[in-house]
Each structure stands twice: as structure tokens, then as C-alpha cells.
Write a new protein. Sequence first.
Length: 190
Amino acid sequence: MQDGFMPVAGVDEAGRGPLAGPVVAGAVILDPARIPEGLNDSKQLTATRRDALYAEILATSDVSVASLSAGSIDRVNILRASLEAMRRAVASLPRTPRFVLVDGRDVPVGLACPGRALVKGDARSFSIAAASIVAKVTRDRMMQAAGISYPQYGFEQHAGYATRVHRAAISEHGPCPIHRITFSPFKTSA
């Protein structure tokens, strides 16, 4: 903003590490006059605080979400899927940003404006922090719904991460359609 770029969008993803489910990206253009108080890296917030901030972000900001499925992740790899979800989230914003701040080391290819990657950006930029909250809450809710469809895996408890409970369910039931079969413990050496 100090360099004259308005509006600025922040973008972040949730779900790079799990064994199951989509990768979800959030893109947010904050209203500089209505920045929600307490924005921070979503992993540093309680679920209750994330949900409250999520509602406030949706009420005061331009927001977009995009996701890529486990099958897409298996086809292109998690890094490329994450970057593509981010690109789609930015492209779907109701206004085109003039600059994008991206959490991490890479800027998605194909943005309609310049962008800059910020390592630990969710702790350095309010826009990225807001995007991290949107992505995390959206993905958590998607995994809660997956828990209804696939109750034997307990997705609503661990969101697809490699917990002991999840690994035990995989051992007992094998993978389901939302598991990332290119991730260990599914992939096999050829």
C-alpha cells in the first residue's frame, strides 16, 4: 500500500501436509478502515477465535476460496496444487488486486498483477493472516463434512493429518476416495 498498490490481496493455503482431503487457498482484500482485530497466523489461534475472525473477515473484506482435490494433488504434486489453488483464489476475487502477498517461498504463475512471496507471511501481513484463517476454517469444515461421508476415518477429529488414529483407520479400512495415494503410507516404491 505504501508503494501505491491498492487493492492488495493476501493469499495462503491450508492442507499441504495431510494424507487426505483437498488443499484449500484463501485470498483476501482487507478494507483498511475495517481490519478485524486479532488477525494472526491461523495456527496460532483457537478454533473458536478462528471462527469468529472468519465471520468478521467475510463481513468486512473481499474474499475468495479455491481448492484442489486429493486426485488433483496426486496428479500434479502438492506444491503445484497449492500454487494453482492460490492462483484460482486470487483470480476469483470480486476485485482484481494490484498486488498480491503470498505466504511461503513461491508466487503462483499466472497472476493478473505482481506478487511477492513472504516466508512466514501469515505472521507478517494482516492480509495473509486473514487468508490463512479463511483457508483453514474452510478446509476444516470440508473435512468435517468428509467425516460424515467416511465416518470410519474420523476426519472431523484430525482433518486428514497423519495422527495415530488416522493411520490405524487406514490400516484397518485402506484408503478412501479422498486419500492422497501418492503420499506415504499409500505410495509404493517401484
